[in-house]
Structures are given as structure tokens and as C-alpha cells.
Design a protein around this ligand. Structure first.
Ligand code: NAD
Length: 299
């Protein structure tokens, strides 16, 4: 990559905004895009990037990062905005999908993009908004195209140096879904413990303190449970809809390899039920549904 390499970034929400800012701050010539044009202008102004107003603004862009809700939206953002961003990119461009996408759809998208002379890398992330901001995300990079990886790596590294090479295209997205299934299992189990303990008469701060210095400790209990669940801030920056989507992807992955995945199925069910009642709240607010559900069942 040389200094004049043009990079595009699509999707400037809770995660995309701080990630794009880190790319811009590393001195890269960046063009940003979000369906919310006001948001794109705001992020562009704050980070010294340029906000795209039409797909042709992506002319000669060599690397595009996507940080969008789902696989379907990634395809829409690339093909369905005006005459399509993909038709304007530089020859041999590389797209790095850092969203938590579905690995099966990623493989299909890879084939379609190959037909346009574009390489696809999956590089989903973990660490939430805080690590996106500090540039310390865990990145799970899938792709066996060495040339594409070499081209995109400096951009990926501007968002974090913690990069795991997971295998072929789609393997990063599969790994991400499995990681989020494990984290969601920790979340639902910890919330269940809070609800049960509370009903028995235990103080929730006591439960939290004991978990965090005992074998029940996890990233969830240390970073999310205290402020967002026990202290009821409900502001982790990760929505219940996106979290449910990830556990759903893990469930589909299990089905694809013929595994009944009873724990994943139970966690997915708990999250889907909360989502259908509460709507798309911060995922930490799901405890209010689980508390209510148990109260109703108990009466
Ligand atoms: P978000 O909902 O905050 O942001 C998504 C952004 O995409 C929004 O700004 C929206 O306007 C934009 N968008 C939607 N459709 C678009 C389109 N067609 N074209 C252009 N822009 C479009 O979501 P987020 O929390 O930033 O998550 C993004 C991805 O990262 C998801 O796949 C999520 O699962 C994953 N993720 C989230 C977290 C987290 O803590 N929030 C952590 C790791 C991974």
C-alpha cells in the first residue's frame, strides 16, 4: 500500500464510527458511507475523511471495509446503492467485510465478487465499542488469497494488531458466530443467576462480586454485567437484534455440520423471546424480560 491508496468504509454505526476514525487517523485517504447521510457527514468531518454522496465517489477505491448489520445488508450496500459501488472500484479491489456476517452467505458473495474481479476477505471483530475505540479489537481473518490479504492488511492493522488467521473465506465469520454464541451463553446464564439469586434474597452486587472473583467469572461478568445489567444502564452499545442474529448464525452453522447444539438452541430461544417482546433494545435490557417471564410463570 502506498500513501495514495484510496480506502472506502461503509457502515458508521456503534462499531463502524470508531473503527473508521482509527483508519483515518493512521493517515489513510478515506471515503466513508452510511445509509444515514447526516451521520456520514458528521463522522467524515470529525475524522478528516470525505463523505460519499454517490457510488461514483468510490472511483478508484482499492480497499473497501464494510461494517454493517447483516450479510444481506452488506450485499445491498455494495450492489444496490445507485448503480452499485462495486462497479466503480479500482481493478483488483479488495472488500474486507468486518461485519458479523453469515459464513455461507460470505462464500456466495465471494464467488459473485470474483466475477467482478474483486476479492473478498472476512474479518469480523470482537471487543465491542470500547475496543473498537482504543484499536484493540480481536480480528478473525478468513481468506486464502495471499495477494488480497497483503493488500488489505495495513488497513486492517490500523484498527487492531490482534489478528487471528482462521483459514479460508467464511472461516472468520464462522469463528465470530461461535464466539458470540459462547458470550451469549455467559450472558443468559449470568442474568439467570441474577434473577434466581435476587428471588432467593441475595443482593445482585454481591452476586456480581462473588462471580468476578470465582469460577463463574467471564468477560461478560467483568465488563458488561456490572454497569449495564446490575446497575441497569443498558448501554453496552450492542443491540439485542444483532446479538440474536449472531446466535442464529451459530445455530445454522451447527445444523450445517449436523450437530443438535442443545445449548445454542436454548440460548437462541431465550434471546429471540426477549427480542419479540422488548423490540430492539440494548441486549443487556433482556434481563427485564427474563425477570418478567419468571414472575408471570410463578404466579
Ligand atoms: P449499528 O446498527 O450501530 O450500525 C450499523 C450502521 O449501518 C448504521 O449506521 C446504519 O445506518 C448503517 N447501514 C444500514 N444499512 C446500510 C446500507 N444499506 N448502506 C450503508 N449503511 C447502512 O451496528 P453496530 O453495532 O455498529 O454493528 C455492526 C456490525 O458489527 C454487526 O454485524 C454487528 O453484529 C457487529 N458487531 C457489533 C458489536 C457491538 O458491540 N455493537 C461488536 C462486534 C461486532
Amino acid at each position: 500500500m502506498n500513501e495514495s491508496t484510496k480506502v472506502g468504509f461503509i457502515g458508521l454505526g456503534n462499531m463502524g464510527a470508531p473503527m473508521a476514525a482509527n483508519v483515518a487517523h493512521s493517515g489513510i485517504d478515506l471515503i466513508v458511507r452510511d445509509a444515514d447521510q447526516n451521520l456520514a457527514s458528521k463522522i467524515a468531518y470529525a475524522s478528516g475523511a470525505v463523505a460519499a454522496s454517490s457510488p461514483s465517489d468510490f472511483a478508484e477505491v482499492e480497499i473497501v471495509v464494510t461494517m454493517l448489520p447483516t450479510s444481506t445488508i452488506v450485499s445491498q450496500a455494495l450492489f444496490d446503492w445507485g448503480d452499485g459501488v462495486v462497479h466503480h472500484l479500482a481493478p483488483d479491489a479488495v472488500i474486507v467485510d468486518m461485519s458479523s456476517s453469515d459464513p455461507t452467505q460470505t462464500k456466495e458473495l465471494g464467488k459473485i465478487l470474483k466475477g467482478h474481479g474483486i476479492a473478498l476477505i472476512d474479518a469480523p471483530v470482537s471487543g465491542g465499542v470500547s475496543k473498537a475505540t482504543t484499536g484493540e479489537l480481536s480480528i478473525m481473518l478468513g481468506c486464502d488469497n495471499a495477494e488480497a490479504i497483503a493488500k488489505a492488511l495495513p488497513i486492517v492493522e490500523s484498527m487492531s494488531s490482534v489478528i487471528f488467521r482462521t483459514g479460508d473465506l467464511g472461516s472468520g465469520h464462522a469463528m465470530k458466530a461461535l464466539n458470540n454464541f459462547v458470550a451469549a451463553a455467559a450472558t443468559t446464564a449470568a442474568c439467570e443467576a441474577l434473577v434466581i439469586g435476587d428471588r432467593f434474597g441475595l443482593d445482585q452486587h454481591t452476586i456480581l462480586n462473588v462471580l468476578n472473583s470465582s469460577t463463574g467469572r467471564s468477560w461478560v461478568t467483568e465488563n458488561v454485567l456490572g454497569p449495564h445489567v446490575v446497575d441497569r444502564e443498558y448501554g453496552s452499545g450492542f443491540s439485542l437484534a444483532l446479538y440474536s442474529k449472531d446466535v442464529g448464525i451459530a445455530k445454522n452453522l451447527a445444523a450445517a455440520v449436523d450437530d443438535p447444539a442443545p445449548v445454542c438452541t436454548a440460548v437462541a430461544g431465550a434471546m429471540t423471546n426477549a427480542l419479540s417482546t422488548l423490540g430492539n433494545v440494548d441486549h443487556t435490557e433482556a434481563i427485564t424480560f427474563w425477570e418478567q417471564e419468571r414472575t408471570t410463570r410463578g404466579t
